[in-house]
Design a binder for this molecule. Structure first.
Ligand code: NI
Length: 192
């Protein structure tokens, strides 16, 4: 397994549509394992392949909260086959939109069909944080970030701040300054 670099917005690769995998072969399993390790290292509770520059329809999740403990979940070609009329709002974050959080409204319950790490077809009924995470990760496969669900005013403000932070980081690196320590993530919101 290997820790891969997580792309951050506004990287054009995050806006691309990912392609389904033909089957879950050794290469896809390797990708899944790298993604899980990268997600744990970040740390985050979900990661989609395009976030590490692989435009494949693969996601990984592991939610470990007081009320929800899923263990590692691997999904290839995930598809939402059912969504509730009832909505839920969660404050979402994203490893590709570091240090920004916003409330996003999505269906409260979804059923997802996918291939697991052994290539077996599965269906999973999701609710609560798991439902939010699965929808957030599947969005990544279609080039959609959580900031695409919020007002353009707030989205543009976040993108401007991310660009500014990246320029500052590049300038510091060019000048040989040590990297700034990561600020602690808010406890309430998961980076997904
Ligand atoms: Ni994300």
């Amino acid at each position: 397994m290997a820790i891969r670099t997580i792309l951050t917005a506004p990287d054009p690769r995050l806006k691309k549509k990912s392609q389904p995998v033909a089957s879950v072969d050794a290469e896809v399993r390797q990708l899944m394992d790298d993604m899980l390790e990268t997600m744990y290292d970040a740390p985050g509770i979900g990661l989609a392949a395009p976030q590490i520059g692989a435009l494949k329809r693969v996601i990984v999740l592991d939610i470990d909260r007081e009320d929800v403990k899923t263990g590692p979940i691997f999904m290839a070609n995930p598809e939402i086959i059912e969504a509730s009329d009832e909505d839920a709002t969660y404050e979402e974050g994203c490893l590709s939109v570091p240090e920004h959080y916003s409330d996003v409204v999505r269906p409260a319950k979804v059923t997802v069909r996918y291939l697991d790490r052994d290539g077996q077809a599965k269906e999973l009924a999701c609710e609560g944080l798991l439902a939010t995470c699965v929808q957030h990760e599947i969005d990544h496969l279609d080039g959609i970030l959580f900031i695409d669900h919020i007002s353009s005013l707030k989205r543009n403000m976040i993108l401007r701040k991310l660009l500014k932070a990246r320029k500052e980081q590049e300038r510091d690196e060019a000048e040989g300054k040590p990297a700034k320590p990561k600020t602690k993530k808010k406890e309430s919101a998961g980076a997904i």
